[in-house]
Design a protein around this ligand. Sequence first.
Ligand SMILES: [Zn+2]
Ligand SMILES: [Zn+2]
Length: 148
Amino acid sequence: MRGAVEARLRQLEGLLRGRGLPLTMQRREILKAVVERNDHPTADQVFDAVKDRLPRLSRTTVYRVLDRLVTLGVIRRLHHPGAGTRFDGKIDRHHHLFCRSCGCVIDVASSAVEDVSLPPASRHGFHVEDFSVHFVGVCPDCRRKASS
Ligand SMILES: [Zn+2]
Ligand SMILES: [Zn+2]
């Protein structure tokens, strides 16, 4: 994971430099906080993770930086019904298992899903660039709790 974090930081640095923007300490720490974990944190969780290292950082800034990182394509925003917006440090295509009980989000790769045939979107004048499938259910922890 460490190598992945470093690689992503370098990628971001390059992107920002291309736009004449510096990789500030804030951006660096916030990006690290998302990429380092794979539980798809919310903006508030990211804030909690970095606030000790960046004592002057406000919650609003964290939201703004996360938005910026999504726009730059170095992290992704996950949309799913229920819980608040979560962020994903993994940007290559993968899919998600959503627990409807505790709201956790687990990454999943599925070759069956990869073979899904896309709808004829071009008919709508729409060009599909990527897709993500989410499966809703109950995670192992919640199942254990329910059966005990
Ligand atoms: Zn659960
Ligand atoms: Zn994910």
